[in-house]
Design a binder for this molecule. Structure first.
Ligand code: NAD
Ligand code: DAU
Length: 345
């Protein structure tokens, strides 16, 4: 099956969503893309710079939990890619209400509209965190859900709603569950961008607990390629794991970042551990590989690319750290979006 002629990308101003928009825009010249994004603290129109002026892209500011806005955005789209979510584990430990609203109620609202409109495919972007912490076993798509924090519990709620809509209404849903992504446009609250930018700024790197928690880092472009493939070759009702297959302790990643930027290991400081901190996530992605996917980027090379990207996009991350990206939004887009302009903004 060839790629779609029109798609809705929710959360397209966030990290993975904006990478996916760039990815599809560059590869499918005939595809019209509608982005629906609430522009929360994590949504940044600078991530879509260069694309917003293009008439192939339509941008709607709004929540996936708002049914009328969702219907307006989805009408005319053949496929939906739901990247929109509250995503930061530490924030969910402080307050989880917005996580439940977006990750559960928002997903439900999208599914309702998808059934009414009759889209061809609904791709739910989920996470390895739904399986909970691994003690060495590699989770398969049939492994039980065992969320360890309020964020992953909310993502489980969205995934279960998708499965219920497939079973009850034959909604054409596929779920992707990927491991930790890294690459351009990732918010500086997350581990790798925080550690890269803190190193550049001469600050300390705050490592939680003993620093031996492990993550399986996948370069964001590899995840985008898998999501694209699952959307056209994946079977409705099925789940697809997307893992790099190379887990490594946080301290090793921190030391590699310091080495790449020529800074001493003494910049690392061990701080109080995250509450309920999952030790490791491990998944088996044989099922996705059987569709024809394999990762293209090795960790070291992709980390070098990422460090270089943050080095040469100093203004981007300084705007995020200082909150100045909001002023950029107010200056360039606020008035147009409030007047209802969605194309060529
Ligand atoms: P992000 O936090 O960078 O971006 C989330 C985007 O969603 C932002 O643009 C935000 O404005 C938007 N958003 C939030 N609430 C919204 C709402 N109610 N309506 C519309 N838009 C809303 O997130 P990310 O890291 O790019 O993650 C994208 C998706 O991938 C999420 O579903 C996440 O659970 C999943 N995921 C992320 C990773 C990772 O390592 N980052 C790994 C696996 C899965
Ligand atoms: O596994 C997929 C998940 O990866 C996604 O579903 C989430 O949306 C995404 O945020 C990410 O969750 P993590 O909690 O794994 O990512 P984070 O970048 O917050 O942390 C990565 C590891 O680094 C984790 O073990 C905690 C640790 N850490 C993080 C921060 C922010 C630190 O040691 N210090 C820090 O300051």
């Amino acid at each position: 099956m060839s790629f779609f002629r029109s798609i809705l990308v929710t959360g397209g101003a966030g990290f993975i969503g904006s990478n996916f928009v760039h990815y599809v825009h560059a590869r499918h010249a005939g595809c019209k893309i509608t982005v629906l994004d609430a522009l929360t603290y994590a949504g940044n129109l600078e991530n879509l710079a260069g694309l917003l002026e293009d008439k192939r892209l339509k941008f709607i500011k709004g929540s996936i939990a708002d049914a009328p806005t969702v219907r307006e955005a989805m009408t005319g789209c053949e496929a939906v890619f739901n990247f929109a979510a509250e995503t930061h584990v530490d924030r969910s430990i402080q307050e989880a209400g917005t996580f439940i609203e977006t990750d559960v109620l928002g997903t439900y609202t999208l599914l309702r509209a998808a059934c009414d409109i009759g889209v061809e495919k609904f791709v739910q972007i989920s996470t390895d965190e739904v399986y909970g912490s691994s003690s060495g076993e590699h989770f398969e798509e049939t492994s039980p859900l065992k969320p360890g924090n309020p964020y992953s519990a909310s993502k489980c709620g969205g995934d279960l709603m998708c499965q219920a809509f497939f079973n009850t209404f034959q909604a054409p849903v596929v779920i992707t569950r990927s491991s930790n992504n890294f690459g351009p446009y990732q918010h500086v609250e997350k581990f790798i961008p925080l550690f890269i930018t803190n190193t550049i700024e001469g600050k300390e790197l705050p490592l939680y607990g003993d620093g031996k928690h492990e993550r399986d880092w996948i370069y964001v472009e590899d995840n985008c390629a898998a999501v694209e493939l699952v959307s056209t070759r994946g079977r409705s009702g099925e789940i697809y794991n997307i893992a790099a297959g190379e887990s490594r302790p946080n301290i090793e990643v921190a030391e590699t970042i310091l080495e790449l930027l020529g800074a001493p290991k003494s910049r690392i400081v061990f701080i109080e551990d995250r509450k309920g901190h999952d030790r490791a996530y491990l998944m088996d992605s044989t099922k996705t590989e059987a569709l024809g996917w394999s990762r293209r980027y090795d960790f070291r090379g992709a980390l070098e690319n990422t460090v270089e990207w943050y080095r040469s996009n100093d203004t981007w991350w300084r705007h995020v750290k200082s909150g100045a990206f909001r002023k950029y939004y107010d200056k360039h887009y606020k008035e147009k979006l409030e007047k209802g302009k969605t194309r060529g903004i």
